[in-house]
Ligand binder design. Structure first.
Ligand code: ADE
Ligand code: ZN
Length: 339
């Protein structure tokens, strides 16, 4: 087995995936037609040609526009089911998925429509594909605190389907302290918390997310390398970072994959994981992200395996479920190394 086959067959766990970011241009067109929505593009190819981003905001503008085709519960089901088939293809055995309710409720789509469509597909995927999952609701940080409080209120009847609260969208100018109170309320209600930080924004957003929002994981976090002391602290406290390599190069966080710091962070003992973020927009799902990192850095198979070990540890499942995933990984290693 060569390294490409090793990566393809390696059991993987995804912890940073926006379901709206899995909307492929072909599905965007079919849903637009089904829902009678005009798109500002003539063909799926024209959509793909528009995916040339200069920074996070240039991506977000197109990403929110694309989400307009999602109207009915079945649309959210179809979107999620298509992603779960990609998981099956890439040997992703467990996935923790973000959704952005405000993107939809602001257009008049009911919160329940969104969450029920996603959840039904996740239940079917567990039964039919054997892939487990959790759901994380994100607040859009460019919107105000009041809107986040209202969204948390809407989530309360669906707490059985949502494990954690996250924070995404435009990082610059919207620091974690803006959401300190609403995160405190969410934790009181029993939600775990995560937050995007240190993607484009400063290291103070990483420390703020840890100290003010009490996050269990930092999403991205790659700018931590601006502060060697912080890197040491993240390693020491075993704070997981959900890193998204293809996203980071597409959004110019790093100019080239060769300059990406994920392997350096791994070797500094930081609990880094590999994830796909918005795969329909950034050129690849989990295997493509692993392959891109492996093509630009010298990685041992033990190191590649460590990304899955880190993701299992950082996941929001029970100890029993973690043991079951670890057993799947061990079984793969036994078959691979023959002992
Ligand atoms: N929403 C979807 N993808 C995102 C990213 N990479 N950063 C911030 N918000 C996002
Ligand atoms: Zn993200």
């Amino acid at each position: 087995m060569n390294q490409t086959q090793f990566i393809e067959r390696l059991p993987k766990v995804e912890l940073h995936l926006h379901i709206e970011g899995t909307l492929e241009p072909e599905m965007m067109f079919s849903l637009a037609q089904r829902n009678n929505i005009q798109l500002p593009f003539a063909t799926p190819e024209a959509v793909k040609a528009a995916y040339e981003f200069t920074n996070l905001q240039s991506f977000l503008d197109i990403y929110y526009q694309g989400a307009n085709v999602l109207i009915h519960e079945q649309d959210f089901y179809d979107l999620t089911w298509a992603y779960m088939l990609h998981c099956q293809q890439d040997n992703v055995i467990h996935t923790e998925i973000f959704f952005d309710p405000q993107t939809h409720t602001a257009r008049g789509v009911e919160f329940a429509t969104v969450v029920n469509g996603i959840d039904r597909a996740l239940q079917d995927a567990q039964q039919q594909l054997g892939i487990t999952s959790r759901l994380i609701m994100c607040f859009l940080r460019h919107l105000d605190e009041q809107s986040a409080f209202e969204t948390l209120e809407q989530a309360m009847p669906h707490q059985d389907k949502i494990i954690a609260i996250g924070l995404d969208s435009s990082e610059l100018g919207h620091p974690p302290e803006k959401f300190e109170r609403v995160f405190a309320k969410a934790r009181e209600a029993g939600f775990l918390t995560v937050a995007h930080a240190g993607e484009e924004g400063p290291v103070s957003n990483i420390t703020g997310s840890v100290t003010l929002l009490n996050v269990s994981r930092v999403d991205h976090g790659v700018r931590c390398s601006d502060d060697a002391q912080l890197v040491a602290e993240l390693a020491q406290m075993a704070m997981p970072l959900t890193v998204c390599p293809l996203s980071n190069t597409k959004l110019k966080v790093f100019a080239e994959m060769e300059q990406h710091n994920i392997v350096e962070l791994l070797r500094q003992g930081v609990k880094v994981t590999i994830n796909s973020d918005d795969p329909a927009y950034f050129g690849g799902y989990m295997n493509d992200n692993f392959l891109a990192v492996a093509a630009s850095h010298q990685l041992t198979q033990q190191e590649l395996t460590q990304f899955t070990r880190n993701a299992i540890e950082a996941s929001f499942i029970s100890e029993q479920e973690k043991h079951a995933l670890t057993a799947q990984l061990e079984e793969f290693m036994r078959q691979y190394f023959g002992h």
